[in-house]
Design a protein around this ligand. Structure first.
Ligand SMILES: [Zn+2]
Ligand SMILES: [Zn+2]
Length: 336
C-alpha cells in the first residue's frame, strides 16, 4: 500500500502534528508551524453587510480568531489601515478578498477570491461550468486562491458540474448563512455528500466551514447571517497572507463548527486524532472513505484508524454531543 502523492503538498499530510492545549504546535519535527483560526467569508458595508470593515474585523479579533478575509461582492477592501489598527504580529491579520457574484440560468454561482487585491468582474458566460471556470482562472491570474461557495444555495450546483472544474481546491460544506441549504433535502444531497462524490471521483478538494457573515448588529437573530458559526484551523509557518493562502490551497487545515483538535497525525499507516475534551461533552469519530462510506467509528479519544490501502481516500468527521462538528481533510490512496 502506498499513499498517492497527488500533489506535492500531500507531504504535509504525513507530518506529525501535535498541538498544545492553546492550539500552538509543540512538536519537534515541525517546530515553526502553528495553528491559526480564521474565517474565509465576510461581508461588510462595502457590499451587503451591516458593519464597516473595522467593526467586522474587530469582532473576529475579540473572539479568538487569528485571521479574517474580507470578501465583499465585487469590492476589495484596503486592509492596510485595518491591520495598522487591529493587526498584531503572529496573532491577528486581516486579509483582502472578494466574492465574485456570478449566475447562470438564475442559479447563483459564487466564488471567493481569497487574497485578491484587484476586483475580478463576473464573466457571465453561457453555462455554469464555463462561467465558474473563467472566474476561477481570473482569480488565479490575480494571485488569489479560489473557494467555491455554498453549492446548495439556490440549488445551483451538482457534483457532476463541480467535477469538471480545474484549479479550485476549496469548497464550502458548512456556510453559516441561514439560506444556503448545507444539509440538502428533498432528494438533493448535502454539501458534504457532494464533497464525498467529488473525492470519490478523484478530485482533490478540501472542505471549508465559514460564516458568510453579513450581520454583526443582529447577534442571536436566527434569521440573520451572524458571525461565529464555522471556521478553519490552518497550519502554517507564519501568519502572513501568503502562508495562510498557501496552507488553505494545500489542504493544511481542518474545518470546524466548534470541535477543537489537540493532535492530528496522518502517516503511511493511518490517522490519529486527539480531540480537545470539553468538560461535559462526549465525542464520536467517523472515518469516511470512497462513496462516503463509513469505514470505522469510535468513541475513543484519541481516535485512530489504520489504513488498508483500498479506501480511495480517508477523512475524519468528529461529532460532539452538543451538535458541534469538525472535518479533517482527505488522505488519498492509490490501490495496492
Ligand atoms: Zn454567496
Ligand atoms: Zn457571501
Amino acid at each position: 500500500m502506498r499513499i498517492k502523492r497527488l500533489l506535492s503538498h500531500s507531504v504535509s499530510l504525513v507530518c506529525i502534528v501535535i498541538m498544545t492545549a492553546n492550539g500552538l504546535l509543540a512538536q519537534q519535527e515541525t517546530p515553526s508551524f502553528r495553528w491559526y483560526k480564521g474565517n474565509t467569508h465576510t461581508h461588510t458595508l462595502n457590499s451587503d453587510g451591516d458593519s464597516i470593515p473595522l467593526e467586522a474585523a474587530k469582532w473576529y479579533r475579540e473572539n479568538g480568531y487569528n485571521f479574517v478575509f474580507i470578501t465583499d461582492h465585487e469590492y476589495i477592501t484596503n486592509v492596510g489601515p485595518l491591520n495598522h489598527i487591529l493587526g498584531k504580529s503572529g496573532s491577528f491579520l486581516v486579509i483582502s478578498g472578494q466574492e465574485i457574484t456570478d449566475s447562470y440560468d438564475r442559479k447563483p454561482l459564487h466564488l471567493n477570491g481569497l487574497g485578491l487585491e484587484k476586483v475580478v468582474m463576473p464573466n457571465r458566460l453561457q453555462g455554469s461550468v464555463a462561467t465558474l471556470q473563467k472566474n476561477i482562472d481570473d482569480i488565479r491570474a490575480g494571485g488569489g486562491v479560489p473557494q467555491l461557495n455554498h453549492p446548495n444555495f439556490g440549488w445551483a450546483l451538482t457534483a457532476d458540474e463541480i467535477k469538471q472544474l480545474k484549479n479550485v481546491r476549496l469548497m464550502e460544506i458548512h456556510n453559516g448563512h441561514p439560506l444556503v441549504n448545507n444539509l440538502g433535502g428533498g432528494g438533493s444531497p448535502s454539501a458534504e455528500q457532494i464533497w464525498d462524490e467529488l473525492l470519490t471521483g478523484g478530485m482533490v478538494i478540501y472542505a471549508i466551514a465559514d460564516d458568510d457573515v453579513h450581520h454583526f448588529k443582529r447577534i442571536g437573530d436566527k434569521t440573520a447571517a451572524t458571525p461565529g458559526h464555522g471556521w478553519v484551523m490552518v497550519r502554517a509557518a507564519e501568519l502572513t497572507p501568503a502562508a495562510i493562502m498557501a496552507a488553505l490551497d494545500n489542504g493544511d487545515f481542518y474545518a470546524s463548527t466548534g470541535v477543537e483538535l489537540e493532535e492530528y497525525t496522518a502517516d503511511g499507516s493511518g490517522i490519529s486524532i486527539k480531540i480537545k475534551q470539553q468538560t461535559w461533552s462526549k465525542y464520536r469519530v467517523q472515518f469516511i472513505g470512497s462513496g462516503g462510506r463509513v469505514l470505522g467509528e469510535t468513541f475513543d479519544n484519541p481516535a485512530t484508524y489504520k489504513f488498508n490501502g483500498n479506501e480511495g481516500y480517508v477523512r475524519a468527521k468528529i461529532y460532539e454531543s452538543n451538535g458541534k462538528l469538525a472535518w479533517t481533510q482527505p488522505v488519498f490512496f492509490k490501490g495496492p
